[in-house]
Ligand binder design. Structure first.
Ligand code: NDP
Length: 344
């Protein structure tokens, strides 16, 4: 009989915390991979109500060959969230591309060798794997699951390439590697890929701290951090599409459970947004933040920027996702960041 244990990689992460929660709430036992026992102890505190349903496997570096050989033994499903998402790195290839790509391939190889009960693997990909970075805001285009980021490994390892572009490529190439593995090896599991844009929402793991915020929480915290109001100008977006972390977590659960999701990628996006809209919500909902959050041009919305559209109807149709509003996401993000300030 197949095991009900689900392996979730990178259990210390901002997104993974909500994915672990979604699976625990749904009744599964979860084995999380973390890099150290110290991290396992913090993640355990986060889920103190599920002590008997949560266990850990230490995987100190997903890029190392055979990294997951032990972790996968005995599990019945795998969710792969672990991948570097940071822009302060010394070496794009060593710190971003290899862990993303080799980490994914290592995991799939280990499952094929040591986890015969696994029938489905869900990988956390990204809008980064869909977006064409050469085409800018691409007015007139509607992004959906048929879009692929065209960056190659050769593009991403050129000397002048920025860390941001290398990150985009790391996600595209990791997702491609997963689909290529399944096509070539025809393993006894199938695959679903979750492609979210920038993820905001509550940061609930005991591993979280203001000093080491994950990249997307740092991105929203910029707008409300005590030193952030050096001027009244709201910064212009680099990325214009976002989603709530709880909706992304639910998408992972549903993509694991729903048979029709096998072999599919899903664009998990609530819509386009601007930092001005976030600033407006923060200033309206948190009077105590008004002397921190820049004013900009209240009510300017997307500021007249011509932008691509997003089509996440497939996620609604097949996975049944009902997206939270930007307002709910911003309020819950700000609340959780304020509570991290209290702990700091
Ligand atoms: P976090 O940085 O919070 O989580 C990343 C996780 O991956 C951490 O658990 C981290 O461990 C682990 N990890 C990274 N590199 C390694 C490695 N070499 N060996 C072992 N573990 C490693 O980021 P998020 O939660 O934001 O991201 C989770 C996933 O979601 C990633 O795949 C990311 O690309 C994807 N994503 C995120 C978006 C966002 O806006 N947040 C948007 C779209 C996709 P440790 O904490 O110990 O470093």
């Amino acid at each position: 009989m197949a095991s009900d244990d689900i392996l979730i990689t990178g259990a210390s992460g901002f997104l993974a915390t909500h994915v672990v929660d979604a699976f625990l709430q749904a009744g599964y036992a979860v084995r999380g991979t973390v890099r150290s026992q110290e991290t396992a102890d913090k993640v355990r505190l986060t889920f103190s109500n599920f002590a008997d349903k949560l266990s850990f496997a230490i995987v100190s570096d997903i890029a190392q060959p055979n990294a997951f050989d032990e972790a996968v033994k005995g599990v019945g499903g795998v969710i792969h969230t672990a991948s570097p998402f940071q822009f302060q790195v010394d070496d794009n290839e060593r710190d971003l591309l290899r862990p993303a790509i080799e980490g994914t391939k290592n995991l799939l190889r280990s499952i094929q060798k040591y986890a015969p009960d696994v029938k489905r693997v869900v990988i956390t990909s990204s809008f980064a794997a869909m977006v064409d970075p050469f085409k800018g805001n691409r007015p007139g285009h509607t992004y959906n699951e048929s879009d692929w980021n065209p960056l190659t490994y050769e593009d991403a390892t050129k000397k002048y390439v920025t860390t941001e572009v290398a990150y985009l490529a790391s996600k595209a190439l990791a997702e491609r590697a997963a689909w290529d593995f399944v096509a070539a090896e025809k393993p006894s599991f199938d695959l679903a890929a979750i492609c979210p844009p920038v993820i905001y929402g509550p940061n609930t793991n005991y591993t979280a701290s203001l000093a080491a915020l994950n990249a997307s929480s740092a991105d929203i915290y910029r707008l409300m951090a005590p030193a952030s109001k050096s001027s009244n100008d709201v910064p212009t977006n680099s990325y214009w599409t976002c989603v709530d972390v709880r909706d992304v977590a639910e998408a992972h659960l549903k993509a694991f459970q729903i048979s029709e999701a096998g072999g599919q990628r899903f664009f998990i996006a609530s819509g386009n947004f601007s930092y001005q809209q976030i600033a407006d919500i923060m200033r309206e909902e948190f009077p105590e933040l008004r002397d921190r959050v820049p004013v900009g041009t209240p009510g300017a919305g997307l500021g007249g920027v011509e932008l691509y559209e997003v089509d996440s109807s497939k996620s609604k149709r097949i996975l049944g996702i009902k997206y939270r509003s930007l307002k709910e996401t911003v309020i819950d993000s700000a609340r959780s960041l304020l509570s991290l300030e209290q702990k700091a």
